[in-house]
Write a protein that binds this ligand. Sequence first.
Ligand code: R1P
Length: 283
Amino acid sequence: ATAYYSDTNGVPKDGDGRVTHLGLRAGELAPRVVSVGSLSRAQRLRDLMDSVSLSLTSPRGFTTYTGTVAGVAVSVVATGMGAPMMDFCVREARQIVDGPMVFVRLGSCGGLSPEATPGTVVLNTPGSVYVSRNPDAFAGGEGGSTPAYTIARPVAPDPRLCAHVCVALRAALGDRVVEGLNASADSFYAAQGRCDEHFDDRNSTVVPEVLAKHPDACSMEMESFALLHLAACSLGTIRACTAAIVAANRHSAAVITTELLHETERVGGRAVLNAVASFGLYL
Ligand code: R1P
């Protein structure tokens, strides 16, 4: 019998040296990574690469494309959704790549500010806060007097990387680029203030509270804080920044068209790929 993996108290790998959830081993992931949520966005970015030497979908649902952009090795990873998936991606990537790394997320998001209209791209130059639901508040007893949602303080991107990505995105998308703070939430529904009469959520004030505390909040999604937080805790080895295509504006309820989403993924994706490829790696 073969052990399913080794190092259960560290970062587990199987007998081939593959990290358990990404399914990759050393040599299969580039030190420059663009992460996206959806497989279709990853495929659109893959199609913009000069060459692709590895395509792998892990049994846990991560898809990785490794190839070259302008002669430089780059990987695109489709993470799926949520902070734990980003955590798998960043930690397991770090485990199989030596030396400095760069991560840029090109996600999708809800627009919180009026200018974050569908089809704009919010670049999180000020970073991201994190909104999480506090289960104690719903349990009665002592926890009943605690807030139902908490907002963690902003974590910043790498300023040089963010400025580099900003130049590329502005050259590609002009005034469709909006710079502003992101709010990552621990769910799509309750912690983003969406109404669902089937559950006790107490969330009607979540988005107004984010905006009262952070008037520069522009976007809301689920993964960017996890990336920026891990990069900040990577002992100086990972530089990261985040951007997201506005899929819908939460004030006006305007929603992007499929055509505009795909066009923005292609144009923004090309800009991000070129920016990642042309950013120097250093510790
Ligand atoms: C929800 O529809 C998903 O879209 C956003 C959210 O963060 C969440 O993951 O990002 P992605 O399109 O990159 O997945």
